[in-house]
Design a protein around this ligand. Sequence first.
Ligand SMILES: [Zn+2]
Length: 248
Amino acid sequence: MTHAEMDELYELFVLGALDREEAAEIENHLQDNCTYCTARVREATVLAAAFAGLADVVQPPENLKKRVLNSIAPQRPAVVVPEPKKQSSWLGGMLALGAACVALTFFCLWLGNQTDNLQNRLTAAQHERDQLESALKVLSRSETRTVQFGRADQPQGRLFINRNRGFVFTASRLPRLAADRTFELWYVPPTGAPRKAGLFRSDRNGDTVQISNTAIDPATTNAVAVSVEPDGGSPAPTTTPIIVVPLG
Ligand SMILES: [Zn+2]
């Protein structure tokens, strides 16, 4: 067989789809360490591994497809895998390595995704834990005061307030907000402009629990209030508050 003839056969050779005689001839030739053929077999192996792992992405060349289809025509004797020789185990190793590389690439992509998900969940859980810790610090103190607010058909709830620890604000029956609106909490001083105390959205039932661990000076804060503001909040209330909880 000439090199020109063998050029047509390397892909089929690494796929194990050649006649026994043809395969044996190429194997014998490879035993002679022909650098040209060794390089061509390596290329064919990489190509075959890519087809195996990325069947949807890589289109095999048309003539290769034809040759593969011809090679598996009926009445052909089954491909006989020769006894493992030095050359065969090298080929097997290359094939396995190619397939492993493809598998590893997919595994890394999947793992990257999983790690991101896990990181997000961990961050959320840590935030929740910090919030609960702050809430406990407010709720567990004997000097914490509880102020109830709201009437039957209005937003109603409780404000647990501690001048050193902050507050826990619970509310229900909050109105449904447009997508571009948010609730904003305010500290209301005896005189002058209210100070921002945080943004929130209620859950689908109109309930919320908000926790602040900022100390509240009763000398500068008369009330805690809630208004409806454009998404992102406002530096000062732009609507009449829907909730005002006097602290006095
Ligand atoms: Zn050669």
